[in-house]
Design a binder for this molecule. Structure first.
Ligand code: AFP
Length: 303
């Protein structure tokens, strides 16, 4: 059976990129084991003002240490770090963006959470998602699953504990045109365009799926299609989700799988980030549904 390393080699990835993806991917069992002893909330807040869990902090510190020691990354931006981290002794120019533990409010309920990573060839972390060289995420469900794209479609792998490697699960994954949706935010704070989008779903027989873990909610798009959304609101017109750490890596992967990502008006992957913790409204999923959402947004702006 095909393993992750062999797959990356067949894609023509350079040895350093393969080494970087593998070194991060191999930390997932270590992170998984750490859940048992790190079950509480820290008293600290992350740079977006959210209460950190002990695991957010643990996974962040662990990954930064391993990535720094690898000598494979020049620059790193993490959702849990206020500033960009630079590694002066790196022997490559790769730049990494990451959410060490996405969906962490679900740790205490034992629902699925994961790690999100994006890799740029060089040039710093403040680049549009379309320039990503590779992106992957892992999901801690019944299996530890890794979904990766190096710009040649999307594949998923599962961690084989006994043999200590990732085994191919699905190849050439595509996002079907499904009929399910998930949306975050408070209904009373939704903007008129978003209300119209939700009305459209309700009138057209869509059913609701929303867990509160972006990475898990996006993962199901690869099987069932539909969309995940976290809209801009009256209080936060720029939404909640982070452009660098959440929207771009997942947007890259879903786009590679034939889906799309938008903020309602434009492809999120085209946005040039102005700051590290920038947020964006987000709609991600099946291509046809995203087109419909953009149509609803553009017709709403006429009035
Ligand atoms: P973090 O766990 O990395 O802070 O991310 C949480 C998140 O950005 C995303 O994973 C969820 O879909 C969303 O927030 C959930 O937000 P609500 O709790 O407001 O629904």
């Amino acid at each position: 059976m095909l393993i992750l390393r062999k797959y990356l080699e067949t894609c023509g990835c350079e040895p350093d990129l393969i080494a970087l993806i593998r070194v991060i991917a191999r930390q997932m069992e270590t992170i998984r084991k750490a859940f048992l002893e790190n079950q509480t909330f820290e008293k600290t807040q992350n740079p977006s003002g959210e209460l950190q869990t002990q695991m957010d902090v643990w996974a962040d510190e662990h990954l930064i240490k391993v990535i720094g020691e690898s000598g494979l990354v020049r620059e790193l931006a993490s959702e849990e770090q206020a500033d960009i981290v630079r590694f002066e002794n790196s022997r490559t120019e790769y730049c990494v963006v990451m959410d060490p533990l996405d969906g962490s409010s679900l740790i205490s309920t034992n629902l699925a959470v994961g790690t999100i990573v994006g890799i740029y060839d060089s040039g710093g972390v403040l680049q549009p998602g379309s320039k990503l060289r590779a992106a992957f995420y892992t999901l801690f469900g019944p299996l530890t699953v890794l979904v990766v794209s190096v710009g040649k479609g999307v594949q998923s792998f599962a961690w084989d504990q006994e043999n200590e490697h990732y085994l191919l699960l699905r190849t050439g994954i595509t996002v079907p045109e499904g009929k399910q949706y998930g949306t975050g935010g408070l209904r009373k704070e939704w903007l008129p365009e978003h209300i119209k989008v939700i009305d459209y779903f309700d009138e057209n027989g869509f059913k609701i799926r929303y867990s509160g873990s972006f990475v898990a909610d996006c993962h199901q798009l690869l099987t069932y299609g539909g969309i995940y959304s976290y809209p801009g609101s009256k209080k936060n017109p720029d939404g909640k989700l982070r452009l660098l750490f959440e929207a771009n890596p997942l947007g890259f992967i879903i786009t590679q799988a034939g889906g799309r990502i938008t903020d309602g008006k434009r492809n999120i992957l085209d946005i040039v980030p102005e700051k590290q913790h920038q947020t964006t409204p987000i709609y991600i999923g099946s291509k046809g549904i995203i087109e419909k959402i953009e149509e609803i947004f553009s017709s709403s702006s006429i009035f």
